[in-house]
Design a protein around this ligand. Sequence first.
Ligand code: HMG
Ligand code: MG
Length: 295
Amino acid sequence: MDSVKLVEMGPRDGLQNEPALVPAAIKIELVERLADCGFAYIEAASFVSPRRIPQMADSSGVLTGIRRREGVVYSALTPNLQGLQAALAAGADEVAVFTAASERFCQRNINCSVAESLERFAPVLQLAHERGVRVRGYVSTVLGCPYEGNIAPAAVARVAGALYRLGCHEISLGDTIGTGTPRAAVAMLSAVRQEVPLVRLAAHFHDTYGQALANLYALLEQGLRIIDSSVAGLGGCPYAHGATGNVASEDVVYLLHGLGLETGVDLDRLVATGRWVSLQLGRENGSKTGRAWNG
Ligand code: HMG
Ligand code: MG
């Protein structure tokens, strides 16, 4: 049967913008529960400046604290060599570098130009590969930028291609502010796949405007088979005003199973995990399937 690779973002993208510090024990339990749901790829940590993102300051403790499940890849964001060294020391199985299709977002997010970010990533990729660790590459603002507005598909393709040529094994395309609609998403993908093979491309869609599932469906029709999502729709981005979480994992799994696409994820367990984490954070469950599901 045709299948989709899911990359669970809840513990990283989901929590990084949470205003109150979440205890490491809750983060660890979240990662373990997600692995028990069947996710084989979990972004569990982020080795960035603790002054910029205080919520991720305990990433080493989280990564070293989890009871590891065989076959699960636990990954972390690493914007520079300092982050990579910390991630390797904590035992990250895979790491990710991140840049953007728009200059102004890149400056606000990682304090450098897009070209400088690529220069900064070269030694990160080199060291990661020496250690046998694969590197994912994110491109933010692929369907709109909070500061620059519309983004040309060619600009996204340029940055995605550069990351791929640097050695990123997978390129995740971020609709950071969730403004994309299906036709724009397809146009963007058509440009990017000229530079990067389709099998190496992931969709990372935030659901701010309620378009994420429609956009994902459009890209599934084009043959894309890697999707980033976040349990209970947790998350946002501290440098994108008004951004909400990634598309909810429960809603994505419900859609995919309805389409006859395998995910390896147990929806009952996932819904229970989404309800549990929403309670822990005192948040309304951001997944419609999570709210409605009764087995
Ligand atoms: P910088 O601002 O250029 O400054 O850092 P620096 O390199 O001169 O370092 C400044 C301070 O940060 C120093 O400490 C460094 O030690 C420290 P000080 O001397 O002032 O005490 N530092 C670090 N500490 C821990 N780990 C590190 C590290 N690097 C430097 N790795 C940097 C550049 C990128 C690190 C910084 O700007 C930063 O951390 N930005 C935060 C970026 C971030 O986490 N954004 C959210 C994640 S991206 C996202 O959510 C989008 C995505 O989901 C896709 C999408 O939706 O579009 C992926
Ligand atoms: Mg994101």
